[in-house]
Design a protein around this ligand. Structure first.
Ligand code: SF4
Length: 228
């Protein structure tokens, strides 16, 4: 499916991926000027915890849980000072609470032992924290102003494919394709732009192509709204 969108871009004469990426970014930036991370946090550690909790659940749900959680747990040590069952209860509503508790405690322990309790900026260091996989590390590094990759979530994957920016299905390969064409200065905000566009306009089942600012750059724009 994704493969045909790249070919379709050629067929419709929309230009190469490299030619289309600048106007795609600029138009999305103008359209979604408010596109930022939806998680609420006040410190680097709160950012890390929020992103870890956001696996398999919504940002709204995480914010609901962390509102109370961050009042109670203020430093990395606090997550290790309570019995495991207590932390499990405190994050229960985010789902997968046993695994998340294990990951959070492991990550806080390594933060304290190896990084003086500070969240590292380098992707390789972030990946050394238990329970921190590439997507989490990318989100945290980008929010800390040190983007070293491009976050690929379900929206980024769908939109990158629909826009004919990748032929791939695997998130790591999609990220590699995007890194080749998205200017480095835009690595942090590009996923936010796609995520917000995906939520507001380019819905998985019912893309609103008639209201989309990318309609003349998108190989999967519905043919009833674009002259092909
Ligand atoms: S034109 Fe349609 S399919 Fe393409 S990005 Fe816009 S809403 Fe999505």
């Amino acid at each position: 499916m994704a493969r045909s969108y790249v070919a379709e871009a050629r067929r419709r004469g929309l230009g190469t991926r490299k030619e289309r990426i600048r106007p795609i970014i600029d138009r999305l930036a103008a359209e979604h000027a408010d596109a930022t991370i939806a998680l609420r946090f006040r410190s680097d550690v709160e950012l890390l915890i929020s992103v870890m909790l956001s696996a398999q659940t919504t940002d709204v749900n995480v914010n609901r849980v962390t509102e109370k959680l961050f009042e109670k747990y203020r430093r990395p040590e606090d997550y290790l000072a309570v019995p495991i069952e207590e932390l499990e209860r405190d994050i229960y509503a985010t789902g997968f609470y046993r695994q998340k508790t294990k990951s959070i405690r492991g990550a806080m322990r390594v933060l304290l032992e190896e990084f003086d309790g500070e969240v590292p900026r380098r992707l390789d260091d972030l990946l050394r924290l238990p329970g921190v996989a590439r997507k989490t590390a990318n989100v945290v590094a980008a929010e800390l102003g040190h983007a070293q990759g491009i976050v690929v979530d379900t929206h980024v994957r769908r939109l990158s494919q629909r826009l004919g920016l990748t032929r791939n299905e695997d998130p790591v390969k999609i990220e590699r394709d995007l890194q080749r064409i998205v200017p480095r200065a835009d690595w942090a905000r590009f996923p936010h732009l796609l995520i917000w566009h995906g939520r507001r306009i380019c819905d998985a089942r019912r893309p609103a192509c008639e209201s989309c600012v990318l309609v003349d750059l998108c190989p999967s724009a519905r043919v009833d709204v674009v002259a092909v």
